[in-house]
Ligand binder design. Structure first.
Ligand code: CP
Length: 317
């Protein structure tokens, strides 16, 4: 694998391979000696033009557990604030010998630009670009679902027939897009539930059923997985409709809806959560919630991504 830019471009075999390598990495993390020498001498740059807690820290932890050197770059406080371009930033990183660049950027397509530009000869991992994709989030979500439903160590398995309901701000969600493509590739059945104003115009072309009624989706659909999405207020204008109170009442996973889920349904959220808006505190902290597992699994999945990018043959993908 030369770059990891999207899940839309990931075929089933590559996706399963990534999840299986993540299982190997999870095994390593369960041992007393958690660190592998695999990427000694390699340099991973975390290039973040947008804020992040989980993704940036887990990529740093993943790279360090594989013994790579890590450089953290945040646009805030860098020469980007003086107007330096993505090209000049990339060429600066190339001059410092970056082998992999993990990039988060507010512009959809920025990681693809880096990967195809020739400005830098490094493996590029998309850590979230605009409203486009967030492939490692979807991979860690799929890994979490596979572990919960099929058990740890379920190598080689896909998610055939698993029903996943994704709820909320689909319009602005790169997490939703990456999940839809990956879950479809892995055989899951996907339903999207959102207010009409928070659905993208091209959603009819996605491999998913679309509905507007969360109660109907919970009662009639009885999903294996309910994935709640964050309301991305920072990407909306002041005319956000519905308002917060109405949103929580109609599309929030509150205590009453949590109680109506099957006891073996799992509740996911990529974080950061707006507690009391898209998810109640009881739902976020319930035994059905995988929120913390998702964060822990993120390190294993990102170790797998870095390993596959940097340790072997870097064929195009
Ligand atoms: N899920 C996610 O991408 O979280 P961060 O924005 O904290 O990285």
């Amino acid at each position: 694998m030369r770059h990891l830019l999207s899940t839309k471009g990931l075929d089933r075999d590559d996706a399963i391979r990534l999840l299986d390598v993540a299982e190997d990495m999870a095994d390593v993390q369960g041992r007393e000696v958690k660190k592998l020498p695999t990427l000694r001498g390699k340099t991973v740059v975390n290039l973040f033009f947008e804020d992040s807690t989980r993704t940036r820290i887990s990529f740093e932890a993943a790279a360090k557990r594989l013994s790579a050197d890590v450089i953290n770059f945040s646009a805030k406080g860098s020469s980007v604030s003086k107007g330096e371009s993505l090209k000049d930033t990339a060429q600066t990183l190339a001059a410092m010998g970056a082998d992999a660049v993990v990039v988060r950027h507010p512009a959809s397509g920025a990681p693809h630009t880096l990967a195809s530009s020739g400005w830098i000869d490094a493996g590029i991992i998309n850590a979230g670009d605009g409203t486009h994709e967030h492939p490692t989030q979807a991979l860690l979500d799929a890994f979490t679902i596979r572990r919960r439903l099929h058990g740890a160590g379920s190598r080689g398995r896909d998610l055939d027939g698993v029903t996943v309901t994704i709820v909320g701000d689909i319009l602005h969600s790169r997490v939703a897009r990456s999940n839809v493509w990956l879950l479809d590739t892995l055989g899951a059945r996907i339903r999207l539930v959102a207010p009409p104003t928070l659905l993208p115009v091209d959603v009819s072309g996605w491999p998913a059923e679309v509905g507007f009624d969360l109660d109907e989706a919970i009662d009639a659909g009885s999903p294996d997985v309910v994935m709640m999405l964050r309301i991305q207020a920072e990407r909306m204008n002041a005319a956000f409709f519905p308002n917060s109170r109405e949103y929580a009442r109609r599309w929030g996973l509150d205590d009453e809806r949590l109680a109506r889920l099957r006891p073996d349904s799992i509740v996911m959220h990529p974080g950061p959560m707006n507690r009391g808006l898209e998810i109640s505190a009881a739902a976020a902290d319930s035994p059905q919630s995988t929120v913390r597992e998702q964060v822990a699994n993120g390190v294993s999945v990102r170790m797998a991504a870095l390993y596959l990018l940097l340790s072997g043959d870097r064929e195009d993908s």
